[in-house]
Design a protein around this ligand. Sequence first.
Ligand SMILES: [Zn+2]
Length: 389
Amino acid sequence: MTGSLMKLLPAAAVAAISIVGCGPAAEQGKLADTLLLKDYEPVSIFNVPVTKVDKAKYPVIDMHTHDYVDTPEEVDEVVKIMDACGVEQAHIMQCNWISDTYDVVAERYAAYPDRFKLWFCLDYTDFDSPDWSDRAIAQVEKYFEMGAIGIGEMVDKGLGDVYACPVEGKGIRLNDPKLTPVLKRCGELGLLINIHIAEPIWMYKPVDKHNDGMMNGANWQVDTTVEGCIGYNALMDMFEEALYSCPDTKIIACHLLNMSHDYPRLGAIMDRHPNLYLDISARFGESSATPRATKAFIEKYQDRILYGTDNTPSLDMYRSTFRLMETADEHIYDGYSYHWANSAWDLSDEALEKVYRTNALKLLSERAVSVASSKSTADASMCWGGGDF
Ligand SMILES: [Zn+2]
């Protein structure tokens, strides 16, 4: 029976035909009508290369993770994982949904000053008061002295920077004039900004049978009808305004700016803003649906893309990302895919080394220069906890 004829028949009739022929048992035939997408766990049938990548090809700096542990002993375990797969350093983003205060986190990781670097949230307390920008700049300078790398992870999915701590920034956006002097001060100090803008486009589409990222779209849907919530395109316009407002401040849009479905548009934004960088974190599955387009984009913008994970550290998680970046393996189901199989990107060695490490080192060295120029060399090494960049 041809595919086109199959389409003309009701599903029940098709099931009946296959059962009458040499098809499956009746119960298995019915499964096609009852299996839920969330329960679908296919196993690859393809005899294609399966490459084991135990350790990354170059030393790795994970520029986007969070504080997923509670004790110094658990930190020891994370370090063992990093050692085993070639991650030399991890950058921990502050967010109200995942971590303790900066001081508590700093204490937890204090035994490994070179392996973990911390980022902080802006304090939006009394944002409406006229002196907020001055207080925020003082906060930035305080964390700079304490060795923080930058502000992050800011998150605006439509309602403002609502994941900030200790006070959420509802309605406060990166292009707010009150933030502009703060962002500029970060640029002067060589501090970075990491911001999560919007979500993948599926989350703004109707949750129906046509949604290309159905399970993800359903689980993380953004309700733009909520008062004060702006949509995907408005968020991107807002973000570009912010980028124009502080051209000397390096801003990292995490998750590939949630635009890996439209690389031409993402590339145009990159071209307009030389101060814009991207991290890949938490978008490996999304990007592996279109491996050739992903490779072409990363190769083209290889000087401004950073490796990151955003996920709970584990050997399997890290190795899954390395396999996607380094190999040409296809049709991968390894527990880190959505309802499609991932295909790997086969990046060039040149791009790979930059994304894994060199681009991050360059950005971090700008901060070190700031430290050296504003303080003594001895103070600089103290700020870095003895770090060597
Ligand atoms: Zn994150």
